[in-house]
Ligand binder design. Structure first.
Ligand code: AMP
Length: 371
């Protein structure tokens, strides 16, 4: 089968690296000729509203999926008229607008921080007054990795944030003083089979994911049960097919949903070596209606993100248990260029391996594997 993918970044690249051994083929559509998935599949180059190129992608694909959520919904619908597209366009629509997304969570009974939309200065002031400080203001669309958002603690912060962001439609949210951040990755196939990966503890710095700790002992069984129940509500409401990720804050020992991604996710990269079946392979299996693979972890696992530039290969590869991934991208400040999965047999070994390797990863020098 040929799987068409909207987007040709590292997520698409890792999808292909998982699907090629199953005998599947990949064709990526991306605005850039330099997209890093070009090494692992065919490319259709064009902007996402180029109907000629979208039709070409549809013609060459048996099924189409996407690897990032800012694809215009109209494009997913245009494709849906010509070829099967998973996950459904509705999931894309909901997840690319933070106000629609939080409203959707609320409508299906998934808890969120208090929130409200603001397009004018009057609405912004009214929402800040209603929600109270501290608050967080974000652009409704196109925010990622902490871009397009600001924390509001004082009136001066509100002035600055409005000046910086007020040109775009906004959402104001209550600031959540969370104990930690977590995500759940789940997958549902065209046959309705559903599987969950373990809850992952995530650490962000400067708005970017730095490290993920699947099955962290700080996230107990009851949080896992809650996360699975919330994810099930979302999967059902969207008649979902493919991998879905929901990110949560943990506050007072309970989950508060922050956002969802209708795709494979950075906090699931550990699953390539750290789970029996990776999130990438399971996404491919789900799209094609194949039986889903076991999502259980194999060993004790942590993931470190390479941000800005790749860490030194020689030093890292000299360590048994380090699995290094480079995405074939140029270095640039704040850019995700690779990651490393650390896998050991015993938990204590993971602590030690992490302590030896974290120095090579930006803003990870003081991180520890959770106990
Ligand atoms: P987001 O783009 O929504 O994923 O936000 C990026 C990061 O900003 C999150 O991972 C949190 O660390 C922080 N953040 C976002 N929203 C809030 C909030 N309402 N309260 C506290 N921190 C937040």
């Amino acid at each position: 089968m040929t799987i068409g993918v909207l987007g040709g970044g590292q997520l698409g690249r890792m999808l292909a690296l998982a699907g090629l051994p199953l005998g599947e083929r990949f064709v990526f559509m991306d605005p850039s000729k330099e997209a890093c998935a070009r090494h692992v599949g065919d490319m259709v180059t064009g902007s996402y509203d180029d109907v000629g190129q979208l039709a070409e992608l549809a013609r060459r694909s048996d099924v189409v999926t996407y690897e990032f959520e800012n694809v215009p919904v109209a494009c997913a619908r245009f494709l849906s008229d010509r070829v099967t597209v998973y996950p459904p366009a509705r999931a894309l629509e909901v997840s690319q607008d933070r106000f629609l997304e939080k409203s959707f969570f609320e409508s299906v009974g998934v808890p969120t921080a208090r929130f409200g939309p603001a397009e004018t200065r009057e609405e912004f002031d009214a929402e800040v007054a209603r929600i109270g400080l501290p608050a967080v203001v974000k652009t409704r669309r196109f925010g990622y990795d902490g871009k397009g958002q600001a924390v509001l603690r004082t009136q001066a912060d509100c002035e600055k944030a409005w000046a910086a962001l007020g040109a775009a439609p906004l959402i104001v949210e209550a600031f959540v003083p969370f104990e930690r951040e977590a995500s759940i990755i789940c997958v549902r196939s065209t046959k309705g089979e559903t599987r969950f990966y373990p809850l992952v503890e995530n650490v962000h710095r400067a708005g970017i994911l730095r490290a993920s700790f699947p099955a962290s002992p700080r996230l107990g069984e009851s949080l896992t049960r809650d996360a699975q129940a919330f994810a099930t509500k979302v999967l059902d409401a969207l008649s979902y097919v493919g991998v879905l990720t929901i990110e949560f804050f943990v506050k007072d020992g309970a989950l508060v949903a922050n956002e969802m991604a209708p795709r494979v996710h950075n906090s699931g990269h550990y699953s390539i070596e750290g789970a029996e079946t990776s999130q990438f392979e399971n996404h491919v299996r789900a799209l094609l209606g194949l039986p889903l693979g076991d999502t259980r972890m194999v060993g004790e696992v942590a993931m470190l993100n390479a941000i800005g530039k790749m860490p030194p290969k020689k030093e890292l590869l000299a360590e048994a248990g380090v699995h290094l991934h480079g995405y074939g991208k140029d270095s640039a400040p704040g850019r995700k260029v690779g990651h490393a999965t650390l896998r050991t047999k015993a938990r204590e070994e993971l602590h030690a391996l992490f302590a030896r390797t974290r120095q090579w990863f930006e803003l990870a020098e003081d991180l520890e594997v959770p106990r």
